[in-house]
Design a protein around this ligand. Structure first.
Ligand code: CAA
Length: 258
């Protein structure tokens, strides 16, 4: 892969968009490589995934404007589907995901971050959906995920105006869950990922599925989704060992993901 790197460090996967000459902008090749990298994430090994952009200036500065500039209506829709399919693959990845956003996260970059479960930002981070200033709508899920994440009124204000949001405001409106100096952002993301990775992986994956799928349906159906996933954790090695350790008043062994 030319523009996307994937590595694993102690059960934590790190996926890097690496096209710094264009501020990591997403052309069709980058998007296809992101998809390929996501296919490599093995939940048997990787317990949490961090998504980042190369360099300190940009997480991702959006979809590639040069490539989009000459698209027809049909090609525009196809390009939207390409991004949407990959971002949905990221959103529904069985393991938790953290976007570590350093610098610009605009357009498709903001949408990439919003497709992750949790967003941590550098003090220099800038978020926004500038699309209406380019004559288009957000195309990789921005209209949908932003409204769900920060509420309809706030999202519409940002989407209609194309206003950029700096890190402190992003934290205040719940777009990100933490803001750190540039130098410590990745350490903080690793710390959070390691903390998640230290918990029972089957249970953590079930929590993600319960939250994600439960939010799409009414409460009666949602609690049934939770019941089924709650039940699915029983009889696992990790459930048996962790509960036995509690009852025997001893420290539990590390979880084995079985
Ligand atoms: N697409 C293509 N190239 C991009 C890009 C993008 N989205 N963003 C930055 N670049 C390129 C620039 O063209 C430039 O390349 P050259 O050196 O070859 O000229 C290089 O990255 C550096 O960028 P700048 O010189 O513009 O850097 P700056 O510091 O002056 O400005 C910036 C930084 C404010 C982020 C500015 O680059 C910018 O506004 N970028 C576009 C942001 C944007 O509008 N994103 C939304 C795209 S639409 C979208 O994403 C649709 C969707 O929902 C799918």
């Amino acid at each position: 892969m030319e523009f996307v790197q994937f590595s694993v460090k102690e059960n934590v996967g790190i996926l890097t968009v690496a096209r710094p000459a264009a501020l990591n902008a997403l052309n069709d090749q980058v998007i296809r490589e992101l998809s390929e990298a996501l296919d490599q994430v093995d939940p048997g090994v990787v317990r949490c995934l961090i998504v980042r952009g190369e360099g300190e200036k940009a997480f991702v500065a959006g979809a590639d404007i040069g490539q989009m500039s000459s698209l027809s209506k049909a090609e525009g829709q196809t390009f939207g589907k390409l991004g949407n399919d990959v971002f949905r693959k990221l959103e529904t990845l069985p393991i938790p995901t953290i976007a570590a956003v350093c610098g610009f996260a605009l357009g498709g970059g903001c949408e990439l971050a919003m497709s992750c479960d949790i967003r941590l930002a550098s003090e220099t981070a800038v978020f926004g959906q500038p699309e209406v200033g380019l004559g288009i709508t957000p195309g990789f899920g921005g209209t949908q995920r932003m409204a769900r994440l920060i509420g309809v009124g706030r999202a519409k204000e940002l989407l209609y105006t194309a206003r950029k949001v700096k890190a402190p405001e992003a934290l205040a409106i719940g777009l990100v869950q933490g803001v750190y100096p540039v130098e410590t952002l990745m350490d903080e993301a690793m710390k959070l990922a390691s903390r998640i990775a230290a918990n029972a992986p089957i249970a953590v994956r079930a929590v993600k599925k319960a939250v994600n799928e439960g939010l799409q349906v009414d409460m009666d159906r949602a609690i049934v989704i939770e019941e089924e996933l709650f039940g699915s954790c029983f009889e696992t090695v990790d459930q048996k060992n962790a509960m036995a350790a509690f009852l025997e008043k001893r420290k539990a062994d590390p979880f084995v993901n079985r």
